[in-house]
Design a protein around this ligand. Structure first.
Ligand code: ADP
Ligand code: MG
Length: 246
């Protein structure tokens, strides 16, 4: 007569670790509910599938490299006069990812741009998409390093494996010529192929000055805003508000 352990071992050897780990509970539940054989067979496969999904989601959350976890549910829309919960919720069918559209949050510091980008990214991962969070600075440094090693194309292709690339806080750091070139290469590959969630403190009309080379700014901006949902956030800094209320 086989023991639970030896059966669990067999499941594990077939890489069905979800069932292997919970075999005892699954068996007692089936006994308690007097499940039919067919029902039990289905329960086992459903359980394995659920465990795999949740493992993949956890893995995707780690791979996203969020600097901290911010949830959309924690976002207080009363502080945002220019943005409604409905507008953000309308993104949560993730049609924007399926259609390779971009989302852009523009606004001054402290109004919740990074919070919204992370919150939206987390929800996308829960829905099964792959997301990568990057500050503009870390992205520029990564691309620069890859370019020096002659591996810019390879790095861009790695980034393009994610369904959504978050680029946080573009507009604060001065861009040199090489960075602009690298960014253009990246945006060019992602255009109509993957989605970008971009946060920036600069209105697009100011991008020419920020890039110091209007010639590159135009095609970059052009590709980002074509097929994009643009949200202009206003109001005071939430950080400042929290400080003043203390
Ligand atoms: P930004 O990226 O626009 O500079 P952040 O997203 O970093 O701003 O927001 C600054 C801080 O204030 C974060 O801790 C964020 O969670 C919080 N915050 C900003 N706006 C809101 C809001 N409407 N509701 C809840 N928290 C907010
Ligand atoms: Mg920010």
């Amino acid at each position: 007569m086989s023991s639970i352990n030896s059966v669990a071992h067999k499941y594990r050897s077939l890489c069905l670790s979800g069932v292997a780990e919970q075999l005892e509970q699954l068996l007692s539940q089936a006994e308690a509910h007097e499940s039919s054989y067919l029902n039990f067979a289905e329960t086992l496969v459903d359980h394995e599938q659920k465990q795999r999904n949740s493992k993949r989601i956890d893995q995707n959350k780690r791979r996203a490299c969020f600097p901290l976890l911010k949830s959309l549910d924690e976002f207080d829309y009363r502080f945002q006069t220019t943005l409604s919960k409905r507008e953000i919720n309308s993104l949560l069918d993730f049609g924007f990812i399926d259609n390779r559209n971009n989302v852009v949050f523009i606004g001054p510091p402290g109004v919740g741009k990074t919070h919204l980008a992370i919150g939206l990214g987390l929800k996308a991962i829960d829905a099964g998409y792959k997301v990568s969070f990057n500050t503009a600075l870390s992205l520029m440094e990564t691309l620069e390093l890859a370019e020096i090693k002659g591996e810019l194309k390879k790095k861009i292709n790695q980034l393009a494996k994610f369904d959504v690339l978050i680029i946080d806080e573009l507009g604060y750091l001065p861009m040199n010529k090489q960075w602009m070139h690298n960014l253009f290469q990246l945006i060019n590959v992602l255009y109509e192929y993957r989605s970008i969630i971009l946060t920036t403190n600069k209105e697009f009309t100011q991008w020419g000055e920020f890039f110091s080379d209007g010639n590159v700014a135009v095609p970059i901006v052009d590709r980002i805003i074509h097929h994009s949902h643009i949200f202009i956030l206003g109001g005071e800094s939430y950080r400042l508000k929290a400080k003043l209320n203390n």
